[in-house]
Design a protein around this ligand. Structure first.
Ligand code: ASP
Length: 310
């Protein structure tokens, strides 16, 4: 019987890593989410040596990620984390919303084992495909003794779920960790750790058990901003608004007035920044609370999870 200690559960959700194009030279005109999880694993001969269990949790282009897939994925991750023979979990995912899925899983589960997201910027049919190496690196990290928390691995670089963000639309090395810096590097199958593993208190799956995710939108402050968009959202029943402000969360006066009105009407409003890095620091006279160091998309998820509090 095969030794199952150190098993890695590979949970597939689609994305470019599972994408195919008609020509090997086509890096953008492909269809995402075409290959199943077995095909992804079989493309990496070195994985034949590793005890794996595989599951196809979803099959979608991650631009279309939704709450039902998040709930299903979180439940399967929790299931595998609880199995003693499982060392870690790998999730194959699209790059477009990878940072959102990473953040929501970390906040819900704060897993005591490594949960490693991996993706690719080139489809599986490309001349220079990055998916197989990223998958191998993800499995390496999922078996790393002492590792924990939700992370992402691409281009030999490990990012924490708290910091990962897609920073380039085309380059293979498309992810960054902002001010915080990368968590680790993977070189020739060795993990070189630079910072602590992601940790924190899990909110728990009960938080999303109702399946009723409140409607929270992101609006942006910019030159010539108007109040009308925010007023229309409030009239339509939005429950929360995250504003991506300029600089230190500053807001065009027309937008700020509309957001304060929204807050007075009972809508939760958080201020983040459209800057690529840096927090929003509160100062006297501020009328809207800061989202701290959260990016606008992270702040939106956090606000939804806070509004779902039992
Ligand atoms: N649209 C694709 C996705 O997010 C892009 C990718 O995976 O690189 O699924």
């Amino acid at each position: 019987m095969q030794d199952t200690a150190g098993t890695v559960a590979v949970l597939a959700t689609g994305g470019t890593i599972a994408g195919t194009a008609e020509r090997a030279t086509d890096n953008i005109g492909y269809s995402a989410a075409q290959l199943g999880v077995r095909a992804l694993v079989e493309a990496v001969p070195a994985l034949a040596e590793v005890p794996l269990v595989t599951e196809q949790v979803a099959q979608l282009d991650s631009k279309d990620m939704d709450f039902a897939v998040w709930a299903a994925l979180a439940a399967r991750v929790a299931h595998h984390v609880a199995r003693p023979e499982v060392a870690g979990i790998v999730i194959t995912h699209g790059t477009d919303t990878l940072e959102e899925t990473a953040y929501v899983l970390q906040r819900l589960l704060a897993p005591a084992k490594p949960v490693v997201m991996c993706a690719a910027m080139r489809p599986a049919t490309a001349l220079l495909r990055d998916g197989p190496q990223n998958l191998l690196d993800a499995v390496t990290l999922a078996r790393q003794p002492g590792a924990r928390g939700v992370m992402a691995v691409l281009s030999g670089t490990v990012h924490s779920a708290f910091d990962v963000r897609k920073v380039h639309s085309y380059r293979v090395d498309a992810f960054g960790s902002g001010d915080a810096g990368v968590l680790a590097r993977i070189e020739e199958g060795q993990v070189r750790r630079l910072r602590d593993w992601p940790a924190g208190e899990p909110l728990g799956l009960d938080r999303i058990a109702s399946g009723d995710w409140p409607w929270v939108e992101i609006v942006t402050s910019h030159a010539g901003a108007r109040a009308d968009g925010v007023r229309a959202l409030v009239a339509a029943g939005v429950k929360g608004l995250v504003v991506a402000g300029t600089g230190n969360g500053s807001l065009h006066h027309a937008l700020e007035n509309a957001l304060v009105e929204a807050q007075q009407a009972g809508v939760a409003v958080w201020r983040s920044t459209r800057c690529l890095d840096g927090p929003v620091q509160m100062k006297s006279g501020d009328r809207l609370p800061s989202a701290g160091t959260l990016t606008p998309v992270q702040a939106r998820i956090e606000l939804m999870l806070q509004l779902m509090r039992a």
